[in-house]
Design a protein around this ligand. Structure first.
Ligand SMILES: [Zn+2]
Length: 215
């Protein structure tokens, strides 16, 4: 059985997030939204995050500014400013244990993802760190990403797919993509493949050195 977990990053967006939520609700699919703090702090935006929560989606933290990967930052408070600040904002609707997805700068899994301070904060705060294993680059290929995603999904037993509820035009293909997953008999799940979770509930459970810059 091929399994698929879906995640939507970088939102909320006032136009695209409601469309994604409608599309998922019509099909009874639950997913995870990794929100960017400064987007969620815009007027009216938290209502979209609350809607996602009420409709059964999990809400995770995807940094405050989504600007410079944490491993490339040198300011002493950057982990709290990026992770802690966002978690405070989404706390009323956030999943437990708290879910954090680092910003990867193009989706690349490497040592830029986390700093030592960020790693300490995630462990002390009891976070689960949620990486990914399927990134069809919907932002760069708004009309071709679904075929890329389908090929990635077919190549492994359980895919955690990163998509973006952003106004790139890519999400207009979401309904057909989801219908293809259903037609192929894939199992769509809300939980995550264990291989994508190096930290669970604040405990490092898989090798983490490849994701942390140590100065
Ligand atoms: Zn992102």
């Amino acid at each position: 059985m091929t399994r698929v977990s879906l995640s939507f990053d970088n939102g909320p967006d006032p136009q695209v997030t409601p469309f994604v939520l409608d599309t998922l609700a019509e099909r009874g699919i639950r997913s995870t939204f990794f929100v960017v703090g400064e987007r969620a702090a815009e007027p009216g935006a938290m209502a979209l995050v609350e809607r996602a929560h009420v409709e059964g989606h999990w809400i995770g933290n995807h940094t405050w500014t989504h600007s410079v990967p944490l491993g490339r930052r040198t300011e002493p408070d950057s982990a709290d400013a990026e992770i802690g600040r966002t978690q405070k904002l989404v706390a009323p609707v956030a999943q437990h244990p708290a879910l954090f997805r680092p910003f990867g700068g193009g989706g690349i899994l490497n040592q830029d993802l986390l700093s030592e301070d960020a790693l300490r904060l995630l462990c002390a705060g009891g976070f689960t760190c949620v990486l990914w294993n399927a990134i069809p680059r919907d932002w760069a290929d708004p009309d071709g990403w679904a075929d890329t995603a389908l090929a990635q999904i077919a190549s492994q037993p359980w895919s955690l797919v990163v998509l973006h509820d952003l106004p790139t035009g890519a999400m207009r293909h979401l309904p057909a993509f989801l219908d293809t997953l259903a037609a192929r008999g894939y199992e769509i799940r809300q939980d995550f493949p264990p291989d994508c979770l190096p930290i669970v509930g604040g405990t490092v459970v898989r090798p983490i050195d490849g994701y942390v810059t140590r100065h």
